[in-house]
Design a protein around this ligand. Structure first.
Ligand SMILES: *Cc1c(COP(=O)(O)O)cnc(C)c1O
Length: 711
């Protein structure tokens, strides 16, 4: 809504709603909630929409309400202080580093549900990275796409199949605004693609102190196909994907130039943006550098993070397609056709196509994987790029992922930590000393908060099902499969993530009889909540969803299994805060890191997972449960057998008995011991604060110093 509709005394609610900083501030969230708690729930915590929809009389009343005025002034003051703070971590530690700026390029960013430009883990990691950079005062700018149709909305048919719906989202209900050039005019760029000019306009989202710029090809002077180029995240075929990546890499660099920006470090978050290296080569060659000088200049200042060992996660474009789009461009890099193709050649598969990961690795001096184990696997996978070098000398490091703590912490637990750890615990979330005080939290208080978080999840589940029923969208069987029979007293296991087959969502169903006995135990019942989308083109992933839905509908499992439709950040918060156990069953070593388990452990949920990704370094034998990977078997069916047997054993012998072992007051003290151990050991290490500081110290700082050479 336009600011002038707001009564003068509370007019700055508009500014606040336009900066998702509010979303990781408890007091700011409370402020919006206080405007209209019911509407706040129905708007899915979207303050832009809330301010548009709220009754004007309510706003008038609030403008003269002294209680609201106090709350309002305190939040606005904190907001202004946050943005003008000169004593940040970065400013203190890097006082001598001048002109430093990181350009962080990513195909998706997950900031908040009201900005639907993410699909899953990669985007949410990017969002958490930017939020933390903002909190630390690290000068970073983000660059990605404005997807007018976002990622798809998942709906489940009555017979249990996923359907994908794309709908244009209303930008007026999002904190997205036109980006302006230094002259104050709207910003446009254009990129040549296969003989035609494609234009893009640039939008801006302000995340705390960090601006994020978004490319959008839906502009009138583009051909219809080009207008749709950036419509969807990961939609379309290979050629559209290539065009998107050209736009992100080449167009992204041009957009930042048009905005008058001059980053000193360029960070490609995954291979999608790796073409940025080519555009910067072109700039250097045009400025008079030889090709090899230009390569050195680009390499020195480029950071590349790879996110998956799964082959399908690495883009490889056919050479004839590359030829069509880059013919003529390679001359501008001072390269011949074959030298250009060599930049994207996988050394083990010459001629197999143009590999974006290979390109990024060749043109970045700073390459990292996202957990210790993933670093090791990546060195092994890409060893042939460094012929003659032994695996442990391959220059690929690891920086383990972490989560933005104020985004993912439950409000109730936030308060408990404020009371027992430190009032400023959020600003010190990576300091293990703070977390040494976790044992001081009284068991009864911790248990009461955990139970409250679970009841909130259950009512979230119930109200969504009720809404679908009330609107006549759902059959009775669907209302049940959405979890309306779940019991807030029963041990609740959560499994929510992308339905990629390597994540093995159906592992738990390998021995149905054994599972049934667990679920049905009269005195110690167990229930499981599933959620997640399969990429629409991933047929095996869709089959997995169908299979889980068939168990939800199976009378023999008696409503102990639920599947929640359309997993997104909003639902993720309820899930990672509300269940008792977070389950993760990837086929090792495919899970590069995983972050949902980190969100869960921060909230006192216990992690039960294959020892892969971050859990390989997080698990210490006393802070959750680990299933040793059986990948040595090299036979998927045998692996599934062994892993599922260990999973059942852990549930039967350890997880369930511990949960139901109660004192006379009903508090499971032994369970809470493990919860406390889990919070104490995992929370500081797997925080985005620790992660972004490592990026700064280990890669951004070295990448930003002038290299000892002519440029
Ligand atoms: C955290 C999160 C993910 C990533 O979860 P993984 O454990 O890394 O698979 C995906 N989707 C949403 C909505 C999330 O919040």
């Amino acid at each position: 809504m336009s600011a002038h509709r707001l009564p003068h005394p509370i007019a700055r609610l508009h500014d606040l709603a336009q900066n998702p900083w509010w979303s990781w501030r408890l007091d700011a969230r409370r402020l919006f909630e206080a405007i209209d708690p019911v509407l706040w729930f129905h708007c899915h915590h979207n303050p832009v929409l809330l301010l548009q929809s709220v009754n004007p009389e309510r706003l008038t009343a609030l403008a003269t309400d002294p209680g609201f005025a106090r709350q309002y002034s305190a939040v606005i003051k904190a907001f202004d202080e946050y943005r003008s703070d000169r004593r940040t971590w970065f400013a203190t530690r890097y006082a001598t580093l001048t002109n430093f700026q990181v350009a962080y390029m990513s195909a998706e960013f997950g900031f908040h549900n009201s900005i639907p430009i993410y699909s899953g883990g990669l985007g949410i990691l990017a969002g958490d990275h930017c939020k933390e950079a903002s909190d630390l005062g690290l000068p970073l700018i983000g660059l990605g796409f404005m997807y007018p149709q976002g990622y798809f909305r998942q709906s489940i048919t009555p017979d249990g199949w996923q359907e994908a719906e794309y709908a244009p989202f209303n930008r007026d209900e999002s904190p997205i605004n036109p980006a302006l050039t230094p002259e104050g005019t709207p910003c446009h760029i254009s990129v040549e693609m296969g003989g035609r000019q494609v234009s893009a306009t640039i939008w801006k989202v302000q995340i705390g102190r960090i601006p994020i710029y978004l490319l959008d090809t839906d502009v009138p002077n583009n051909a219809p196909e080009d207008r749709g180029l950036s419509a969807r995240l990961y939609g379309g075929g290979q050629e559209m994907r290539l065009c998107q990546e050209i736009l992100l890499g080449l167009g992204g660099v041009r957009a930042l130039r048009a905005l008058g920006l001059n980053p000193t470090v360029w960070h490609a978050n995954e291979g999608h943006s790796a073409f940025l290296t080519l555009e910067r080569l072109r700039e250097h060659v045009r400025a008079g550098l030889t090709h090899s000088e230009a390569v050195e200049a680009v390499r020195h200042s480029t950071v590349f993070t790879t996110h998956t060992p799964v082959p399908a996660g690495h883009d490889v474009f056919p050479l004839d397609l590359m030829e069509r789009y880059f013919n003529g461009y390679w001359d501008q890099l001072g390269l011949t056709r074959s030298a250009f193709f060599r930049l994207g050649e996988h050394p083990d598969h010459p001629g197999a196509g143009f590999n974006m990961t290979a390109l990024a690795m060749r043109l970045s001096a700073h390459v990292n994987g996202v957990s210790r184990e993933h670093g090791r696997v990546t060195r092994q996978m890409w060893q042939s790029l460094w012929p003659g070098l032994s695996e442990d000398l391959i220059p690929i490091r690891s920086i383990t992922n972490g989560v933005h703590v104020p985004t993912w912490i439950a409000p109730e637990l936030h308060q408990l930590y404020s009371k027992y750890l430190s009032p400023d615990w959020v600003d010190r979330s990576d300091d293990p000393a703070i977390w040494q005080r976790v044992p001081d939290i009284p068991d009864a208080d911790l248990w009461a908060v955990r139970q409250l978080m679970k009841r909130k999840l259950m009512s979230f589940i119930r109200e969504r099902a009720r809404g679908g029923w009330a609107e006549g969208r759902l059959l009775a069987s669907q209302v049940l499969s959405r979890g309306t029979m779940l019991d807030p007293e029963a041990l609740t296991i959560g499994f929510a993530r992308r339905f990629a087959t390597y994540k093995r969502a159906t592992l738990l169903f390998r021995d149905l009889e054994r599972l049934r006995r667990l679920l049905h135990d009269r005195w110690r019942p167990v229930q499981i909540v599933f959620a997640g989308k399969a990429h629409p083109a991933d047929e095996p992933g869709r089959q997995f969803i169908h299979q889980v839905l068939s168990y939800c509908h199976d009378h023999k499992l008696a409503g102990h299994i639920a599947f929640l439709e359309n997993y997104d950040m909003h639902m993720a918060k309820y899930l990672v805060q509300g269940v008792d156990v977070w389950l993760n069953t990837p086929r090792a070593p495919m899970e590069a890191s995983g972050t949902s388990g980190q969100k869960a452990t921060l909230n006192g949920v216990l992690h039960l997972s294959v020892l892969d990704g971050w859990w390989q370094e997080g698990y210490d034998g006393s802070n959750g449960w680990g299933i040793p990977p059986s990948s040595h078997l090299q036979d998927p069916a045998a692996e599934d057998d062994l892993d599922s047997k260990e999973l059942y054993r852990l549930l039967e012998e350890e997880v369930i008995p511990l949960y139901y072992q109660r004192d006379l007051d009903g508090v499971p003290r032994a369970w809470l011991q493990v919860v406390k151990q889990s919070i104490r050991t995992n929370a500081p290490r797997f925080s985005a604060r620790r992660m972004v500081k490592e990026y700064m110290d280990l890669v951004y700082a070295p990448a930003s110093t002038k290299a000892p050479s002519s440029w």
